[in-house]
Design a protein around this ligand. Structure first.
Ligand SMILES: Cc1ncc(COP(=O)(O)O)c(C=O)c1O
Length: 438
């Protein structure tokens, strides 16, 4: 306690403000790292207790029993409780090799072309550490997965934003209709451009990039000698018979592409933090050097369980069945928007749908908290829907730079990685939005 004249109550020394005694790195002032992010504003703790959470992108169900059994077995053996090789456990690297070789149409070397990481996130972070020099520019398509931004800026990179252009028109829109303006992409390139981050299937749009789009990106990468970080964490969730094309398989692209995957998305195990990078030794070896210094190795027992998952997934028909179930979940959720007659994006992949909330209205004097005031209109819309309708979602302007906020603020992102009963319950509640539509 200090007295009014600044001396401490029990002595004569002046009271000191000790809250900023040790200054933190200026890096944290970049990339919105210190801003209150959307996840903490729309956290369940801030919303009504019975609010149905379609905001955050994690499942409300567990991984399949047989994979959990593999995890238990791994915990019950000795070696799998200890450090793994920084490259990843051999069993997982072998499983990834068998899974990806036919996908990539080439043989893979488990020693130099596959790297297990602590989730896709840490794998991507390692690539930024390994390849970015101060001032290197990184192209990100908007809306972008929000982790990219601080991961790039912490490593000296400069994000350069290129928006996907949303569809015009009403009702149900295909995610295909979110398009890249390739002239705009070319205009965004400078001699400092180092990398393009591609995300297909895309979070949050649900777009699966077409071969033609990927070919155009590939041509630009070749012309400007760019690294492609292809974030394909949702590659096992592609709907309606769409084809997921891997940019690494296009002519000349293997040598400049790192493909990113995630056991979290593949096996409904987002907390396991197991992911991987696949690419040529010239990309994987520097990323290995980085990941070794960041985490040394990824969590061993769950690497082992992920290996069992990948080994057995095909014979069990697991991935096909899981994909069918996600497609059913998508259709349940979007039926709510169809019956409301609202405009939305029907995703071809991943587990999010974007609802156009431009015509949602609310009373002028609605008591919004300060955290959502002063942000995009979508923050207020999502808050209102959570409070009055009882379903939470995520405002999409969070996934845009300030200059392009106006594109994102027309949308709320709803996640459908939830069980069918939860989604049906949400659909019932969402019907109450009708009274607020202009
Ligand atoms: C596009 C995208 N990339 C990467 C990740 C991170 O994956 P992981 O949980 O394996 O780190 C996510 C997670 O939501 C994502 O949506």
């Amino acid at each position: 306690m200090s007295t009014a004249n600044g001396t401490s109550a029990n002595g004569n020394r002046p009271a000191q403000d000790r809250s900023n005694l040790i200054p933190f790195s200026s890096r944290l002032k970049e990339g919105r790292a210190l801003a209150q992010d959307v996840w903490s504003i729309f956290n369940a703790a801030n919303l009504p207790a019975d609010c149905i959470n379609l905001g955050q992108g994690y499942m409300n169900f567990a991984p399949p029993e047989w994979i959990k059994t593999a995890a238990e077995e791994a915990l019950n053996s000795v070696a799998t409780n200890h450090y793994s090789h920084p490259k990843g456990r051999m069993r997982l690297r072998e499983a990834l090799k068998a899974h990806y070789e036919p996908e990539l149409g080439r043989s893979l070397d488990v020693e130099s072309e596959i790297l297990v990481t602590s989730g896709a996130n840490e794998g991507q972070y390692s690539v930024f550490v390994a390849f970015l020099e101060q001032g290197d520019e990184v192209i990100m398509f908007e809306p972008f997965f929000d982790q990219y931004l601080p991961s790039v800026t912490f490593n000296g990179g400069v994000p350069v934003y290129v928006p996907l252009h949303p569809p015009i028109g009403a009702g149900k829109q295909s995610a295909h209709e979110w398009t890249i303006d390739f002239d705009e992409l070319r205009r965004a390139l400078t001699p400092r451009t180092k990398m393009i981050i591609l995300n297909t299937p895309h979070n949050p749009v649900g777009k699966v990039f077409t071969r033609h789009e990927l070919e155009q990106i590939a041509a630009i990468a070749e012309e400007h000698n760019l690294l492609i970080m292809s974030d394909e964490v949702y590659d096992t969730l592609v709907f309606d018979g769409e084809q997921h094309v891997r940019i690494a398989t296009l002519p000349g692209m293997w040598d400049r592409t790192v493909t990113v995957g995630s056991a979290g998305k593949m096996f409904a195990a987002t907390g396991w933090r197991v992911g991987w990078l696949i690419g040529p030794p010239s990309i994987i070896q520097p990323a290995l050097a980085a990941t070794t210094r960041i985490v040394f190795c990824s969590n061993s027992p769950l690497q082992e369980a992920s290996a069992v998952g990948i080994e057995q997934a095909k014979n069990r028909g697991f991935l096909t069945q899981q994909c069918k179930e996600y497609q059913e979940r998508r259709d349940i959720l979007t039926s709510a928007f169809d019956s409301l007659g609202m405009k939305y994006t029907n995703p071809q992949g991943a587990y999010f749908t974007l609802l156009d909330i431009s015509n949602l209205t609310w009373p002028e004097d609605y008591p919004f908290p300060p955290t959502v005031l002063g942000r995009g209109r979508d923050f207020r819309a999502c808050w209102f829907i959570a409070m009055e309708i009882g379903v939470s979602s995520i405002p999409v302007s969070e996934f845009y730079c300030e200059e392009h906020t106006s594109i994102g603020e027309s949308y709320a992102r709803f996640a459908f990685c939830k069980d069918v009963d939860t989604l049906k319950h949400a659909v019932e509640r969402l019907q109450n939005m009708k009274q607020y539509l202009a």
